[in-house]
Design a protein around this ligand. Sequence first.
Ligand code: P5A
Length: 461
Amino acid sequence: MMTKGNTPMRLSRYFLPVLKETPAEAQIASHRLMLRAGMIKQSSAGIYSWLPLGFKVLRKLENIVHQEQIRAGHNPMLMPTLQSADLWRESGRYDDYGEEMLRITDRHGRDLLYGPTNEELITDIFRSHVGSYKDLPLTLYHIQWKFRDEIRPRFGVMRGREFYMKDGYNFDLTREDALHAYNRHLVSYLRTYERMGLQAIPMRAESGPIGGDDTHEFLVLADTGESEVFYDSEITDLRFGDREIDYDDADQCRAVMEEFTSRYARTDDTHDEAVFHERVPEERRRQGRGIEVGQIFYFGTKYSEPMGATVQDRDGNTVPVHMGSHGIGVSRLVGAIIEASHDDRGIIWPEGVTPFHVGIVNLKSGDAEADAACESLYASLEALGLEPLYDDTDERAGAKFATMDLIGLPWRITVGPRGLKNGVVELTSRRSGESEELPPEQAIEKIAKIYESHRTGGVFG
Ligand code: P5A
């Protein structure tokens, strides 16, 4: 079992500044709950500090993204946040991008910008090092902070100005190869979101400032989503599940892409009421809202041509490479998961992304037997590579339960003198609210079993 990077924690040592009051500025559940659970603190409009609990979830998501990217054969790397304006002048986007781009001048009077995306920077790296079709196909990606000076940052991390994005870029010899890369990304994204406990539906969308005609956005259905969506209800029955896929096999990737995109599903930018009515029977027509958690693009030679990113093909001709880019809104996903999974009492983390696997509540801190039982549970869980959060404080039981419910750990073990007399602790599911009494060893076994299929290990683990 994987133990790398695990951090179990005692609440008495943890920085978890939960709020009793509901912050007035927060309009949607995820924003309210992230503030109340002490996950983030706004530093200025659309810019947040990630406090320990929020940071831990962000890292879990990042880890899943890395693992699924690497599984698909993509190369992890890291590019800077600040970029030279000159590169963007080469592609023509420096002027086109508009006021969303934060422009900076350094002490020598050179124009820089805080990257809103990295098509230019990666194309520059590619053209400096790659010259032959033999080095293709190639996909490079990183997970890095981005800045977009959104006119109306809102809903906490959902529409931030500074936000964390996984952005990947594929380089291929032909349009056909690049479409394989597109489909490969679509498949790997389906897997990625499902591991996070989410259903994200690929929908036809507009490409905006990134460019190209082929693009899908991935949307999580939620009433508070910013995008209006129209879809065939059949699409919500599709699951990627645990099927094995060979990402190098273009036919396999295409088949999955077709399965998940053949039914009508569009955002309002591309919605066509006539086509909707023609293709979808009335009882299956749905209109709703969604949160955009990712987008994939194929834009051909839009950047490679003006920037001279070329390779020699098999016949010795110099040709511009075909490219696409693919983004996952990692910080937005924290909010999207909460929007999709919470109740009146707080967050309910899916097992795949929970900051701690299980909470241990000591009903009588200071009682020698209760303390010893909790310590033993804590040590056993840690030895199994799991991350418990142990509430060892001397708060009242009610307050301890309220905090556990608010921060949303999927499982809680409650330990008290009365139960211990009978040799049992209580195991409670946050989602169903159901509890069962069982001996501590059995509670541990059960928790270990639940998490067997949700092991994320360390970064790249
Ligand atoms: C694809 C990667 C791009 O930028 N270039 C590189 C392409 N696509 S995108 O759709 O514009 O952004 C990718 C994802 O980033 C998230 N996102 C945001 N998250 C929080 N706050 C924002 N202001 C914000 N803007 C974009 C979205 O999830 C989007 O799908």
